[in-house]
Design a protein around this ligand. Structure first.
Ligand code: SF4
Length: 446
């Protein structure tokens, strides 16, 4: 098989992997080698399906010995198979880099022969790139669950970022849908990467030339919607992963049905894109807005509100904390005001040192008041919350959940709208009905 054919098969096989952003590391080029990496991230896309990638995103091989039920590359599936040799893949990467097609490499693989053999092949690619070709561009590599820790250690010294896919949100789902993988085989390398990265950071602080272990940290990916876990369970797991293993990112991948199996959603099930979107929003609240998973969801409310983003949903359930005076409230409380993001909260914190802020001052420093006006007061402004709960709810509704094109619904439209449309109702009318019902219901709850 020629290299182009292999490339076609193996980039297509890699498209379900979403853990691929590339920010977080700076490495200047030098006169002796090729390329550089910048912390601001990369911006090219390469895959044919248009998913978010800026690297050559490819599998070393899709010849898998495992049989994960949700995966297109599982051993029992009849798909074209291919595998690169380390030299082929290294040459391809350098060739693309020289042509300015890519700025780095995202390398993953199916389990070819055994986890150790696969890791050795991946290390082979990276050793060629870093050694023979002196490639200094960004490399993100997946570790293979069950591989020898010594191989993980070698890979970490060559790659900028490592990731170990947690795959599914619970051990039970893992044993049902990915019987060859275990929680231990996944969390073991995660722990190792976290410890080695911390140790490397400490060594670099005293000795600048100390080897750098995965300087852009580690990430993981979780499939959403292939198993029955609730949003609350997923969010708690995410929070635990950030805390315990200091992950840079947890990526969520809405399950796209690729296999018929009684344990999986039916083949005509739509990928839960709105749910994936809400998880990313909640993930931001965990990482940048000082929320905990238990504040966003709880035992009684285990699923996200499809009509509101998680921060707005938290706000309407905590109206007793609002309105807040932007001139007096804590920075933490500013972050919790719907419509006020991290940048706006920082600007307010700085601006109010010079005097009491009025509504015009907030506008001048770039604070968007469309939502925030219902939750704040400031000099000369007593707040729009007096216009009542219904007006507040209407202002907070997430337009993405009611997205309707001229002919069809947006993929992010709320499930209730899809259901009405499936019964034959015009999409615009379905969205209108669901919107009014949602407003009435949420207004009653306030
Ligand atoms: S290990 Fe599982 S998820 Fe990974 S390629 Fe093989 S079958 Fe797919």
């Amino acid at each position: 098989m020629d290299v182009l054919k292999k490339l076609t098969i193996l980039t297509d096989s890699a498209k379900y992997d979403v853990a691929c952003t590339s920010s977080g590391v700076d490495r200047a080029g030098d006169d002796t080698g090729l390329g550089n990496a910048v912390a601001a991230g990369l911006c090219h896309a390469f895959a044919a399906d248009g998913r978010c990638i800026s690297l050559l995103k490819v599998l070393l091989s899709n010849c898998c010995i495992y049989d994960c039920k949700y995966c297109v590359n599982r051993i029992s599936n009849d798909v074209p198979r291919a595998a690169f040799t380390p030299r082929e893949l290294a040459e391809l990467t350098i060739g693309f880099y020289r042509r300015n097609y890519i700025e780095g490499l995202f390398l993953s693989s199916a389990v070819l022969r055994s986890p150790d053999y696969t890791m050795e092949q991946m290390i082979g690619v990276l050793e060629l790139l870093r050694g023979e070709y002196r490639f200094r561009g960004y490399i993100h590599a997946k570790t293979i669950p069950g591989a020898d820790p010594a191989l993980v250690a070698r890979l970490g010294l060559l790659a900028d970022r490592l990731s170990v896919n947690i795959e599914l949100p619970s051990e039970r789902s893992l044993s049902l849908l990915a019987p060859n993988k275990t929680k231990r085989a996944i969390l073991g390398p995660m722990r190792q990467v976290s410890r080695s990265a911390a140790q490397s950071k400490a060594e670099l602080a005293v000795y600048r030339a100390a080897p750098r272990f995965a300087p852009a940290g580690q990430s993981t990916q979780m499939i959403i919607g292939a198993s029955p876990e609730t949003d609350y369970q997923i969010l708690r797991l995410t929070e635990g992963l950030y805390r315990k293993y200091e992950l840079k990112r947890v990526f969520f991948s809405a399950y796209i049905p690729v296999a018929e199996d009684t344990l999986l959603p039916a083949l005509d099930t739509k990928p839960p894109l709105l749910r994936e979107h809400r998880l990313y929003q909640a993930d931001w609240l965990l990482r940048f807005y000082q929320f905990t998973a238990d504040e966003i969801l709880d035992e009684q409310h285990q699923e996200f509100n499809p009509y509101l983003d998680p921060k707005c949903n938290w706000a309407i359930h905590n109206m007793h904390l609002f309105p807040v005076d932007v001139n007096r409230c804590s920075y933490e409380m500013l972050l919790r005001v719907p419509g006020i993001g991290v940048k706006s909260a920082q600007r307010i914190r700085i601006a109010r040192r010079n005097g009491s802020l009025a509504l015009d001052d907030l506008k001048r420093i770039g604070v968007v008041l469309k939502r925030a006006q219902y939750f704040i007061t400031c000099r000369g402004y007593t707040g729009a919350h007096t216009s009542g709960p219904e007006a507040t709810v209407r202002a907070l509704l997430d337009p993405a959940a009611f997205g309707v094109g001229t002919q069809q619904l947006s993929l992010f439209a709320a499930p209730a709208i899809h259901e009405l449309a499936a019964q034959g109702m015009r999409p615009a009318l379905a969205a209108q009905e669901v919107r009014e019902e949602a407003v009435a219901c949420m207004t009653r709850q306030m």
